[in-house]
Design a protein around this ligand. Sequence first.
Ligand code: ZN
Length: 241
Amino acid sequence: APPGRAAQAKPVIVLDPGHGGVDPGAIGASGTHEKEITLAMSREIRRQLEQTGRYRVHLTRDDDTFVRLRDRIAIARTRDADLFMSIHADSMGNGNSSTRGASIYTLSENASDAEAAGLAARENRADIIAGVDLTRENKDVTSILIDLAQRETMNHSIVFARKLVQEMGREVQLLPSNPHRFAGFAVLRAPDVPSVLIELGYLSNRDDEQLLNRPHHRTKVASGIVRAVDAYFAANPVRRD
Ligand code: ZN
């Protein structure tokens, strides 16, 4: 191989199907459990990413088990992930069933709006459900995050989120305003792994719920995600010693 080629490695991508086990996540208008949608979607994304032959892909869970948020981050770091995608589907609890569309989140201590802050609070509840308290840990991780050295990771996360907005937007409906949002999701706090959280849509909306249950829809979403991943790594190739 020409010099330099040997150092190029397949990027490692960790997919994180939200919720699982005792934590069903959001429950849809017709009874769909978020934890099932997130796993089915993650498996389809993995299938399509592996099909390209360009990536190594791992899931934080591949069955209906509970995984703590901190363990999801730990899996990404143990696998030496170059990219981490947490997969979720939202639900409006207040009977607002008209809101629909996908959105992409990156980490920020300052949520982009009250809605984003509320969503992060709901998703962060996962560990409380299983009796794990993240509050103390958050403080330590937050102090790491404010380090200037972590900004590069956050910038990469933002670059990737923008590519997701572009490519997923060609396939499926996104939230009409600000599909890229910022909020304090605990699962996005790995200081050295670019991370995004994808909300696939709203299970509280019957159209979104129906779509998310369809394999064809999952195929479309995943194809948009794969194009975004391709574009991201074309601009940010991975090198390993
Ligand atoms: Zn969720």
